[in-house]
Design a binder for this molecule. Structure first.
Ligand code: HAS
Ligand code: CU
Length: 547
């Protein structure tokens, strides 16, 4: 019914998303470079530009815009490749979604640049931005919903025409990610519509800070898995094909994605462990659920090792780690995501530290946490996204990656790793010494402890500058693959399952069951503490602008 190629029109839709994502990378990365320089204490921002303004640009463009655009573009391409060409209605939904998100991004960016919204990407109340900031972000979310519904429509059409068949693995994973996204974004949408918009527009004077943060983190934690799952899609489905091996188990991959759907959402309190007004029992329950959501990641690690080992042994590798040498180290499509996997081991371990209630007291609000998410998001996930770009862009533009570009991509991965190693290690170490996150350069009145942090800030600046070089390199590659690489055919790799794998049980697509359990867990984890917050709410807070 369809070929192994993404349809040309579907490809245009996907590419439009990728272009915005990489523009966001350039601008957001530039902001990051300025931040690390400011924090050395040796550099001042020109004109009236504020540190927190730049920091808001950085977080919004990289954590919210780059990710959402890249993911939606990639997922449309993945659906088109594995579940057939999109219908014109679905494609139209994709374009409407794209434009809503783009217009929303432009509005939000405008108000940040006008210095009306230096509230960082988490927009914590009682910091109050211009209403335009919130309106723009709401449009981004609404746009993503329109695209999401397009994806659901495509899936249900596939199901109708393929009665009784198991959905292609990649399409199944895309649908899980979008269901999770939909349920999660309801929280942030509620905060926007009921709290931030009326308050910033002046219809009400005060905001309930704790409720706003709770709704934010109800969304904010699954947000990080919305970033992670596309990387996992690649690790499970694409990497086995690239190395010439097999997917270890289709059923295991699906089970891990279902566990992410179930356990990603009822865990937001692990971002609020130091906040007053939430009963410690409920914090404890959500911490326990957080440890549940680690399980699918451990399953993923297990499954990847199995894929690598099975492949290596099929090539004659012997001994415990003989398979290691057989992997295709010279292929950037493998190398970049693999380095991402390696970084995910310390990154995930740091997450376990964060989630441990007592240890969180040590690291919360320190730059350790910034180090954590630069390993998870800005290394594991983003290196995998770069790895996607190396085959997806030429696939969509009808080009091929030259040997020279592949080499540059390997160099890019190394540059990124070195930069991130310096920056993120320094952040973790300084965090343990108490250095705060979300803060500009200060010696805090030459306090001895603050002076101790400065060498680490120098290391952050060295790492951050190397990373900016990495951004230039990836942009050179992306521009080459989009417009200049030689014409030709590039494969969109999709792995096959190893023969000895179990048959995939049909229960994995019992949506009523999984969505039902998801909602039950959310109600369990949030109802009582939420009622508590509302019944015992302190007086609301007026808005503050500290910039
Ligand atoms: Fe996190 C804060 C806990 C994962 C992102 N996290 C953040 C923030 C962000 C973020 C952005 O509990 C800051 C938000 C803000 O602005 O305040 N995080 C966790 C836990 C995990 C975790 C338990 N985080 C992520 C991922 C992110 C991300 C993924 C983005 C993509 N995080 C926290 C907590 C906080 C937090 C607290 C709040 C801190 C505070 O106080 O503010 C887990 O999901 C991690 C599980 C992962 C593993 C690793 C498995 C390893 C694999 C690789 C296998 C490798 C192979 C290659 C096969 C256990 C899958 C091997 C080959 C060889 C040869 C060796
Ligand atoms: Cu979290």
């Amino acid at each position: 019914m369809w070929s192994n190629k993404v349809d040309r029109k579907d490809g245009k839709l996907a590419m439009a998303h990728l272009y915005v994502a990489f523009i966001a990378l350039l601008l957001g990365g530039l902001a990051g470079l300025l931040q690390v320089l400011v924090r050395t204490g040796e550099f001042q921002l020109p004109g009236n530009i504020g540190y927190y303004q730049i920091l808001t640009v950085h977080g919004v463009l990289l954590a919210l815009v780059l990710t959402t655009f890249f993911i939606i573009g990639f997922q449309f391409a993945g659906l088109s490749r594995t579940a057939g060409t999109l219908s014109s209605g679905v494609r139209k939904a994709g374009w409407i979604g794209f434009w809503l998100m783009t217009i929303g991004t432009a509005i939000t960016a405008t108000f940040i640049l006008l210095n009306e919204a230096s509230v960082l990407y988490t927009f914590y109340a009682p910091l109050q931005a211009h209403p335009g900031f919130y309106i723009g972000l709401t449009l981004v979310v609404v746009g993503s919903w329109v695209s999401g519904f397009g994806m659901f429509t495509h899936y249900s059409k596939w199901k109708k025409t393929n009665k009784g068949k198991v959905t292609p693995l990649l399409s199944f994973m895309v649908i899980i990610n979008m269901v999770m996204w939909l349920v999660a974004t309801l929280g942030v949408a509620a905060a926007m519509l009921v709290q931030f918009l009326p308050w910033s527009l002046g219809f009400v004077d005060t905001i309930d800070v704790l409720v706003s943060r709770t709704l934010f983190w109800y969304f904010g934690h699954p947000l990080v898995y919305f970033w992670l799952l596309p990387a996992y899609m690649v690790w499970y489905v694409i990497i086995p094909k690239i190395i010439g091996g097999k997917i270890f188990s289709d059923a295991l991959a699906r089970l891990s994605f279902i566990l992410f759907l179930l356990f990603s959402i009822p865990v937001g309190f692990h971002h609020q462990l130091t906040e007053p007004g939430i009963d410690p029992t409920w914090k404890f329950i959500q911490v326990a659920l957080t440890f549940m959501v680690v399980i699918p990641s451990l399953m993923t690690a297990f499954s990847l090792f199995a894929t690598f080992e099975l492949y290596g042994r099929s090539k004659g590798a012997t001994g415990l780690f003989g398979w290691f040498k057989k992997l295709p180290w010279g292929d950037a499509r493998f190398f970049a995501p693999f380095v991402g996997m390696l970084f995910f081991i310390p990154a995930g371990a740091g997450g376990l530290v964060n989630a441990s209630h007592q240890l969180n007291q040590v690291v919360h609000n320190t730059i350790w946490v910034t180090g954590h998410f630069h390993l998870t998001l800005a290394t594991s996930v983003i290196l995998t996204f770069f790895g996607i770009a190396y085959w997806l862009i030429p696939h969509l533009t009808g080009r091929v990656m030259t040997k020279a570009m592949n080499k540059l991509a390997i160099v890019q991965t190394i540059v990124w790793s070195v930069g991130m190693f310096f920056m993120s290690s320094a952040m973790h170490a300084a965090g343990l010494l108490g250095a705060p996150r979300r803060s500009s350069f200060s010696t805090y009145g030459d306090a001895p402890q603050a002076l101790e942090w400065i060498p680490y800030q120098m290391f952050q600046a060295i790492g951050g500058s190397i990373l900016f070089l990495g951004i230039i390199l990836i942009l050179i590659i992306v521009i080459n693959l989009s417009f200049f690489a030689p014409k030709g055919e590039t494969d969109f790799p999709i792995g096959e399952t190893a023969e000895q794998a179990e048959k995939t049980p049909a229960i994995f697509e019992n949506w009523k069951l999984w969505i039902g359990v998801t909602i039950a867990l959310i109600l369990f984890a949030y109802t009582v503490p939420f009622i508590d917050m509302i019944q015992n709410a302190p007086p609301g807070s007026k808005g503050f602008k500290f910039w």
